[in-house]
Design a protein around this ligand. Structure first.
Ligand SMILES: NS(=O)(=O)N=C1NCCCN1
Ligand SMILES: [Zn+2]
Length: 265
């Protein structure tokens, strides 16, 4: 089968052919985060702020893999995540983005049906588990919380100086399969809001094949601002078939019996 993607021929509606869990899974991601009514997110006063320890990365690869652009530091990186709903420490693996070809679509998670123009995912794996000792092993582990992904919505506004080193690099990885070694240091901490207190959290999956149901999702309420020019830079990245990636987001999946917790009222 042709590698998966987001076109009519290989997009989310076809992924079940190689990944049956796409249709049979009961904890698939993304979801629509509903804030009022029956199945809405429930405030949980026990939810603490998320704690990140992200020393500036000094060595990383920035890659266009044909379905997103991802920033992956070298194996030695010491960046860690804890707190929030987590009981363990997680190691940073990579970050990547999902976006649309206009400002009314692009995020994977939605809030009361509203999509943002893009969504940033920071991917981590549980580094304290006795059952695996790498990201790839974590994905294949069947552990319900092997991974933790932090999701941040992007909205159009002022230019984001902290993300500029990334958005300025997009033209260098325009072609699918291309990658560059990230020049200099990158301070991911500076991209994030200062306090990581207000978020939704639920048990879900990877939103791309293999769609493994091993992710503790933490999606932050406050969007991060980027400029129109920065959004346009994402929309110029190619998918390997000579076309721009025009919407690398999976539609929302059924909640089934899951509940969503909110760390804020
Ligand atoms: N969009 S997602 O859920 O983070 N999906 C991922 N798939 C494999 C690599 C890490 N992330
Ligand atoms: Zn993602």
């Amino acid at each position: 089968m042709a590698p998966w993607g987001y076109s009519k021929e290989n997009g989310p509606a076809t992924w079940h052919k190689d990944c049956p869990i796409a249709n049979t899974g009961v904890r698939q991601s993304p979801i629509d985060l509903i804030t009022t009514g029956q199945t809405c997110a429930k405030y949980d006063s026990n939810l603490k702020p998320v704690i990140v320890s992200y020393p500036a990365f000094s060595e990383a690869t920035f890659l266009n893999n044909g379905h997103s652009v991802q920033f992956q530091p070298s194996a030695g990186n010491l960046s860690e995540l804890s707190g929030g709903p987590l009981t363990k420490k997680y190691k940073f693996e990579q970050f990547h983005f999902h976006w649309g070809n206009n400002d009314s679509e692009g995020s994977e998670h939605r809030v009361n049906g509203k999509m943002y123009p893009a969504e940033l995912h920071l991917v981590h794996w549980n580094s304290e588990s006795p059952n695996f000792s790498s990201f790839q092993e974590a994905v294949g582990s069947n552990d319900p919380h092997a991974l933790c992904v932090l999701g941040f919505f992007l909205k159009v506004g002022a230019e984001n100086a902290s993300l500029k080193p990334i958005t300025d690099l997009l033209s260098k990885v325009k072609n699918a399969g291309s990658s560059v070694s990230f020049p200099g240091k990158f301070d991911l901490k500076a991209v994030l809001p200062e306090t990581l207190t207000d978020y939704y959290t639920y048990d879900g999956s990877l939103t791309t094949p293999p769609l493994a149901e091993c992710v503790k999702w933490i999606v932050f309420k406050e969007p991060i601002e980027v400029s129109t020019a920065q959004m346009e830079a994402f929309r110029a990245v190619d998918d390997g078939h000579g076309k721009p990636i025009t919407g690398n987001y999976r539609p929302p999946c059924p909640l089934h019996t899951r509940t969503v917790a909110a760390s804020f009222k």
